[in-house]
Design a protein around this ligand. Structure first.
Ligand code: SAM
Length: 248
């Protein structure tokens, strides 16, 4: 059996793929996720989609090394354009910004009927992805936040359903939970705390710079950032729960 080694981030994505599913990995780069899903017997079929020639060639080469290659297809094209309607059950899009991920889903809307699960890992702009789910009838069913090599990643999983459900009966507004993540808020992990600490740090630095500025327009921006810093402070205070101090 061929062995495929992938990052903790990609392994977490793989864990959300239901066994036997037909999976498309869009923006697959080296096709490592697709390879892993086949070699581990998780996916029944995989499609690795790539826009750019270099990564597309790398994906072809990688898939060629697999005994299971007859259950894989490597396709060059933009987003979901590489798929035919009804061809896959699960779509993964990882390692891109939330804006690009949602634009791929938007442009490929005609390929979504029949797709039962989306597994998305935005590098930035998680809020945009959660908002897209909410606006398009996809229910966020799970979220994971993890740290690997000093970088924090969020993985968002959605199925068709009651999009607003994960945001109900919580101690934060929908708008706030779209930013934080409703499941991540429930879990209150140390990684989530680290993420918001680093956001706080970033904004405090911007604030200090602006406070040195003599430009009149800086005043309005300072007020906005002070409000943001206050909000993040409140988030961090709530994340420092008793539950967490036992876990750490
Ligand atoms: N998904 C892999 C991962 O998470 O490790 C690779 C992430 S890599 C940073 C992003 C990949 O997406 C690149 O190989 C890039 O060429 C590809 N890409 C960017 N825009 C795309 C699009 N619209 N359609 C398909 N692939 C795209």
């Amino acid at each position: 059996m061929t062995s495929v080694t992938i990052s903790k981030r990609l392994q977490t994505i793989a864990r959300y793929c239901p066994e036997g599913a037909r999976v498309a990995d869009i923006g697959s780069d080296h096709a490592l996720l697709a390879s892993y899903l086949l070699v581990k017997g998780i996916a029944s079929q995989v499609i690795a989609g790539e826009l750019n020639e270099g990564p597309y060639q790398a994906a072809l080469k990688q898939i060629h090394t697999l005994q299971e290659r007859n259950r894989a297809s490597v396709r060059k094209g933009n987003g979901l354009a590489v798929l035919s309607p009804g061809e896959v059950d699960v779509i993964c899009v990882a390692g891109m910004g939330g804006q690009l991920i949602t634009s791929i889903l938007e442009a490929g809307a005609s390929k979504l009927p029949g797709v039962t699960r989306l597994i998305l890992q935005p590098n930035v702009g998680e809020e945009l992805v959660r908002r897209w789910f909410l606006d398009h009838g996809w229910q966020l069913i799970a979220e994971t936040i993890l740290e690997e090599d000093g970088v924090i990643y969020e993985i968002l999983v959605a199925e068709r359903g009651e999009a607003v459900l994960p945001y109900e009966q919580k101690d934060r507004t929908i708008e706030e939970l779209l930013r934080i993540g409703p499941f991540l808020w429930e879990e209150k992990s140390l990684v989530l705390q680290n993420k918001w600490r680093s956001e706080l740090d970033k904004w405090q630095k911007v604030l200090a710079q602006l406070q040195r500025s003599e430009k009149p327009e800086a005043e309005e921006r300072i007020k906005q950032i002070q409000a943001e810093v206050k909000w993040i402070d409140g988030v961090i205070a709530c994340l420092r729960t008793d539950k967490q101090s036992f876990n750490t």
